[in-house]
Ligand binder design. Structure first.
Ligand SMILES: Cc1cc2nc3c(=O)[nH]c(=O)nc-3n(C[C@H](O)[C@H](O)[C@H](O)COP(=O)(O)OP(=O)(O)OC[C@H]3O[C@@H](n4cnc5c(N)ncnc54)[C@H](O)[C@@H]3O)c2cc1C
Length: 463
């Protein structure tokens, strides 16, 4: 059985080139003996909830003492290894949710995701965070005839719901798709507002700010082994460096959550994904791409892509190539190795795919993997851990955490301080963790199905 803990020495991601001494930060040399709140995980989720606990308390007093425990360095999990693409779901999985859960719940989720883009743009500007945030259009491309026709049918069906947010979606099906998208052989193209950024710069900025103001004690390289106790007696968080006693626990350890909460073993499964950084040799200037992309090849291989301001490219995906080889990625926490079945897919990718890049000499400068928390029903789990008062979860974000976590963390902070009910937290219904969702994952014999993804890996199994 897989041991669900982060492994040491993951492949270095392109994004980790910004890391400085803070990567190994320990606010105090000694592990604190106690805290009001222990947050497990120093990625996007842990940082969001810690930030909002520290800054959003309604009575104006920051939430008590917070200790964050991280098995690796700062932001070395999925957040530090992803595609940097903040792309809300307008019509990707939303039609499935409409069918499965009803229009209201599905639209609530879509609007929550869409609201992240402006919320983060505003927050990053206000806090003056240097993280290469760009507000752009995300361009969706289909190069397979059948897939393009299906995309058009989905778009038309979404228009029937008369949703305001669909006003932001542009769609074209036909020969001009190639010229509009810049992708050779494109049969259909869509676009909508999205963001791109350097995720670890964003997280590191926030954690530096919290620790320097005395609002957070961060302890890196401190893996948590167990959590025992109860809300009444207090919890004991046992780490490799000794115990920390706490009144409240927040599990923000995403793919690895079942390592500490076994009841989530079938609800959140660790699965690997692959990403690369592509560079152009000095002296070559292929067309700059101003937009981000989801590109689906004629063979329906999906890639998510963001252009960097320096003209380089971050692109990953290709799950269709490796999904048949489950042992290479499914229930797998080994991000020290690439995924064999797709490890050369991005060699020559820009030349094959984008008009004007044929003579660019573009080459893969770095390739890496990361571990995502695949949720059984495709939705993240946020809220109070069922049957465990004083324990909270914010995990299971698939390949799609960027437009969910910031406001998900804000909502969870609100549940903890001042103690709002989840119905008043702003957390969409579909993201609320519950015993019902755990039971469904545990009881169902359904397997994770094909991966259709929306820029990265997501399961399609639905019950
Ligand atoms: C290759 C790849 C590409 C992706 N691309 C995109 C994209 O373009 N857009 C998008 O929206 N999403 C993308 N994602 C998904 C996105 O990165 C995640 O959904 C998001 O970063 C999850 O954030 P998190 O804080 O929940 O998890 P993480 O960033 O993984 O943080 C969890 C932390 O918990 C720590 N931890 C785990 N167990 C323990 C323990 N027992 N004790 C202490 N610490 C522990 C881990 O070391 C880790 O640092 C991608 C993911 C991958 C892997």
């Amino acid at each position: 059985m897989t041991k669900i803990h982060p492994v040491l020495d993951p492949l270095p991601a392109f994004w980790s080139r910004d890391k400085d001494d803070f990567h190994e930060h320990r606010t105090t040399a000694e592990l604190p003996a106690e805290a009001d709140i222990v947050v497990i995980g120093a990625g996007y989720a842990g940082t969001s909830v810690a930030w909002h606990l520290a800054h959003d308390a309604e009575d104006g007093t920051p939430a008590r003492s917070i200790v964050m425990l991280e098995a690796r360095g700062v932001c070395e999990g999925a957040t530090g290894r992803n595609g940097g693409h903040m792309r809300p779901d307008y019509y990707g999985h939303i039609p499935h949710y409409i069918e499965r859960d009803g229009l209201e719940a599905a639209v609530e989720l879509a609007e929550f995701e869409i609201s992240h883009v402006q919320a983060l743009k505003k927050f990053i500007a206000k806090e003056k965070i240097d993280c290469d945030f760009v507000l752009a259009r995300s361009v969706d491309v289909w190069s397979n005839d059948e897939a393009a026709a299906k995309a058009k049918a989905t778009y038309d069906a979404m228009l029937q719901h008369d949703l305001d947010y669909m006003d932001d979606v542009y769609f074209h099906h036909g020969p001009d798709a190639e010229a509009i998208s810049g992708v050779k052989g494109a049969k259909a193209v869509a676009s909508f507002t999205a963001g791109m950024m350097w995720p670890s710069k964003f997280i590191t900025h926030l954690l530096k700010s919290l620790t320097s103001q005395g609002l957070l004690n961060l302890q890196t390289f401190t893996p948590v082994d167990t959590v025992t106790g109860s809300e009444a007696s207090g919890f004991v968080v046992q780490t490799a460096r000794g115990p920390v006693r706490a009144k409240t626990i927040i599990y923000a350890n995403n793919a690895y959550v079942a390592g500490l909460l076994p009841e989530y073993r079938n609800a959140v499964i660790p699965c690997k994904g692959i990403c690369t950084h592509i560079k152009v040799p000095d002296g070559k200037t292929p067309p700059h791409l101003p937009n981000s992309y989801i590109e689906r090849s004629e063979e329906n291989v999906l890639s998510y892509l963001i252009p960097r301001p320096d003209g380089s490219i971050v692109v990953g995906g290709s799950s269709r190539l490796f999904s048949p080889f489950r042992e290479q990625w499914y229930d797998n926490v080994d991000d020290t190795t690439l995924i064999e079945a797709s490890k050369t897919y991005y060699d020559g990718y820009m030349q094959r795919t984008f008009a004007g890049w044929e003579e660019s000499g573009a080459y893969v400068d770095k390739a890496w993997t990361g571990v995502m928390g695949y949720s059984f029903d495709s939705n993240a789990h946020i809220g109070a851990v069922p049957g465990k008062p004083g324990q909270y979860i914010l995990a299971g974000f698939n390949g799609h955490g960027m437009p969910l976590i910031w406001l998900g963390g804000k909502g969870l902070a609100k549940m903890i301080n001042p103690g709002s009910p989840i119905s008043e937290s702003g957390i969409p219904y579909l993201l609320r963790t519950s015993q019902r969702r755990l039971d469904r994952a545990n009881d169902s014999a359904a397997e994770f199905g094909d991966i259709i993804g929306d820029g990265s890996l997501r399961p399609t199994s639905r019950s």
